[in-house]
Design a protein around this ligand. Sequence first.
Ligand code: NI
Length: 169
Amino acid sequence: MIYPIVKFGNPVLEKPAEPVTVFDGDLKKLIEDMFESMYAAKGVGLAAPQIGISRCIAVVDVTFKEDPAAKLVLINPEIIHKEGRHAQSEGCLSIPEFRENVTRAKIVTVRAQNASGKWFEKTGDDLLARAFQHETDHLNGKLYLSHISALKRDLIKRKIRKMVKAGEW
Ligand code: NI
């Protein structure tokens, strides 16, 4: 099932998500639906709040279907190590049509549970490190807008308000 993507302005995007405690068939089905929804929206990462579900679940595939082994499920993730700095243009499915340069750690280790509840650690660099940070932020109720200057953030918010008024958001 493909879920519609929740856009900026919906409060579900700006509150911390609930930790996952039950690892059952329903969770596995939701994860499948999240991958499906992410691919349909042409994204390389998706957090559950972005489909209106306030639970600590994110899916990532920085290869966008190229490598099945690159499909990652992050449940209750936490960034446990960060190294270096790297600025790159970043977007978010919940803030379509906007992109900004965001400086983040270049190398990151995430600790998370998989769909069966097993804990694992994974280290990624560049785009994967960015995805780990971006998606973990989502689950903490944080958007990339919080990492850019107030000036740029206000400009984007103003444009979005206009689009909302025009019924284009
Ligand atoms: Ni996002």
